[in-house]
Design a protein around this ligand. Sequence first.
Ligand SMILES: [Mg+2]
Length: 240
Amino acid sequence: MLHEKYKVLLFDLDDTLFNHSYCYKKAVTDTVKFHDCLNHLDEEVFFKTFAKNNQQLWKEFQCKRITFQELTLKRLISTLNQLYINISLEETESINEFYHGNYLKNIVPDPQIQKLLKRLKGIFKMGIVTNGTSFNAYKKVQRLGLNDVFGDEYIIVSEETGYSKPEPQIFYHVLEKFKINPEETLFVGDNYYTDICGASSIGMDTIWVNHFDLKPPTDTIPTYTVKSIFAIVERLRIKI
Ligand SMILES: [Mg+2]
C-alpha cells in the first residue's frame, strides 16, 4: 500500500484545514460594516488596501523586524491613513480587536474535515506546521474542534521555533520533534512556495492542495497534487 511509505503526515493550517481566506475577508468587511467611522467606505476597496498592507508587512514580520501584534495594528493604521480616515489610536486599537474577534468567530468546525483527520490519525502520526503566532494557531485549532486530533505539542508555530516556512530550519525542527526522516514524512499544504518548496527542499514528499488549478511556478514538482484535501485519501490509497 502506498501510504505505508509514510509514518508522519504534516499539515499547513490556513486554507488547508479550513477556509482562512473566507474568514479573513469576512472579518475585514464586517469591520467596515460595523463601525460608523468606516461604513461609508467601499468594502472591496477597504479589503484590497488592507490586504496589500498585510502582504507588505508580512515580509517584515517574517524577517523579524516587527512582531505579529505590530503587524496587525500597522496594517490597519496604514489602511486608515490611505483612505483618509482620521481617528485616535485608542479607537484604532478597538477596531483591531473587533477584527480579531470576528476573524476567530468565523472559524467553525467542519464535521467532514474532522472525520477525515480522525481516520488519518488512525494510520499516521500527525502535526501542523504554520506561520504566525502561537496564540492564533492554538485558538484556530480549538475553534475547529481539532484538539483531540492535534495535541498542542504537535502544533508547530513559526513564532515559537523562530523560523518560518519555507525556511528549512522549521522543517528540521519538526523532524526532530517526531524523530523521523524526511523520506517517511508527507507534507500537505496549499501554498506552493512556503509549503511545497519548503518541505521539498529538505527531502519531504508533498501533497499540494491546489484549489485554483495553478501550474507549478518553478521546477519543484509536488509529489501529489489534489484539488481538495478530501482527495488525499484516494491519492494515498486509503479506505475510508
Ligand atoms: Mg496555507
